[in-house]
Write a protein that binds this ligand. Structure first.
Ligand code: TYD
Ligand code: MG
Length: 456
């Protein structure tokens, strides 16, 4: 029989276990994320034998509790991302880069919740001292909100406090990487610690029926376990994104057992904390300069909401060697595909040029529907011809050069009309999902070979 390994190496990004140390994790491909950890206790023998177990009761699919009660957080954009408010007993993981605004968002949310809730709302900070959190609350003008604040990192203390008192309505643990269980040898922030602490806190939340927010830093170095190792344990995973230097912050639901995923909330970081953005399209287009080549307005859909953003392209002669391809806010391999289609199907060869692509405002787009807008921006940049300022563009591009239908064409066109755009470059075929083609002054793409308004 094989001897059990005396220690193991756990990837701090994805949690994969390796027998030997390696520079790169086979599981997720991240570099320098393997950390040696003591092996977990062996599973006691006979657990699977079924002796001494209780019979579980089975019930029908219909019954009470099918639609969970929802509690508004008092922040509309956060409610939207959660699927219409907080579900008691649910656990939300809020991940994001350090300094992006997770603590600020959750302090604002707890303050808003505490003002409308009778049971206590607790904020447990493991990263900041009480005075620091108070200072932030004062800066945000929230010091009067009846939030109960504590600074703690011991899982034992936190669990005892949450179990002993009146059941809270909501609890924030900021961050899960600072909490540590004294039953484990590994350091705070390792996969074993983060999993054990989260597991214990989640069990408490389910048993006592409070909403639990776990904050998780996304780390590059691999010294701390990333929030990904917790994604499968929680009900809802929210990521807080944004580009440094831009005030806009996007809260994105990537998993939600109680609502739609891919829903986004848009915030602006100001000197008085995070402000909700009611009209994100207007915000993302605010700095747009008309009549320049290489810019194109894409009519996108984020979650259930249409969103207009400007896509900017720059095509410059390459200085020799392999040409540069730099993308901010979109998928690099998707750009390569659009460039290949432009070359093979439209005769626009950019192989000797550097190509830069940027989604203005710091938004990250994932939709293939942006293909046509990217192509239009590239063609415009290469030819020096501006895309008409009153035009929005959307459509997926196939490898044979065809422009394919996308979902919710009607919503996209309506949002564009609302913001004063009068023409649309879009696929000719009816929208995907059997929807109706919108009316209005649409300028459909010609299908095969139509790379953009000034192609050819
Ligand atoms: P923070 O919530 O501490 O980030 P995280 O918890 O994700 O690490 O946000 C810190 C950043 O936000 C910091 O760079 C300062 C900025 N900020 C403002 O711009 N305005 C404010 O009112 C607050 C509280 C923070
Ligand atoms: Mg913080």
């Amino acid at each position: 029989m094989a001897k059990p390994p005396s220690s193991r190496f756990v990837c701090q990004s994805c949690g994969a276990v390796h027998r030997k140390w390696a520079g790169r994790c086979d599981g997720c491909g991240e570099w320098n994320t393997l950390v040696e950890e003591a092996p977990p206790e062996a599973v006691p023998k006979g657990v699977t034998a079924g002796k001494g177990g209780r019979r579980i009761g089975f019930v029908g699919l219909k019954g009470e509790g099918a639609t969970p009660p929802r509690r508004s957080t008092g922040i509309g954009e956060l409610d939207r991302v959660c699927g219409g408010g907080l579900v008691p007993g649910s656990v939300l993981l809020v991940g994001g880069d350090p300094g992006i605004g997770k603590s600020t968002l959750l302090l604002q949310a707890t303050a808003a919740l505490a003002t409308q809730e009778a049971p206590p709302v607790l904020y447990i900070s493991g990263e900041e001292a009480i005075d620091q959190v108070r200072l932030r609350a004062a800066r945000l003008g929230l010091e009067a909100a009846p939030v109960l604040l504590a600074s703690a990192t011991s899982l034992r203390d936190i669990a005892a406090s949450l179990d002993g008192t009146e059941a809270p309505a909501a609890v924030v643990v900021d961050s899960i990487q600072t909490v540590h269980a004294d039953t484990l040898d590994s350091a705070p922030g390792t996969v074993a610690q983060v999993r054990t602490c989260a597991h214990e806190l989640i069990r408490l939340a389910k048993r006592r029926g409070f909403t639990l927010f776990l904050v998780g830093h996304v780390t590059k170095e691999g010294t701390l376990a990333g929030p990904r190792v917790l994604e499968h344990m929680v009900d809802t995973v929210l990521y807080f994104e944004g580009e440094r230097g831009h005030p806009y912050r996007i809260l994105r639901a990537v998993k939600n057992r109680f609502g739609a995923t891919d829903e986004i909330g848009v915030f602006e970081m100001s000197d008085r904390g995070l402000l909700e953005v009611d009209n994100p399209s207007a915000l993302f287009l605010a700095e747009r300069r008309g009549n320049v080549s290489g810019a194109c307005v894409f009519a996108g859909i984020e979650g259930s909401r249409p969103l207009l953003v400007e896509i900017q392209a720059l095509v410059a002669p390459s200085g020799g060697g392999s040409p540069r391809r730099a993308v901010v806010g979109w998928d690099g391999s998707r750009l390569a595909m659009v460039l290949a289609v432009l070359e093979a199907r439209c005769g626009l060869a950019l192989g000797g040029n550097d190509v830069y692509l940027n989604v203005a405002g710091g938004l990250r787009i994932q939709e293939p529907a942006a293909d046509l807008a990217v192509a239009a921006a590239l063609v415009s940049a290469a030819s020096g011809t501006p895309v008409p300022a009153d035009m929005v563009v959307f459509g997926e591009i196939g490898l044979s050069g065809e422009v394919r239908p996308v979902t919710q064409a009607g919503g996209r066109v309506r949002e564009a009309a609302k913001l004063g755009f009068s023409s649309v470059l879009m696929p000719t075929t009816p929208e995907r999902g059997g929807g109706r083609r919108p009316g209005g002054k649409a300028r459909p793409g010609q299908g095969t070979g139509d790379g953009g308004p000034s192609a050819g």
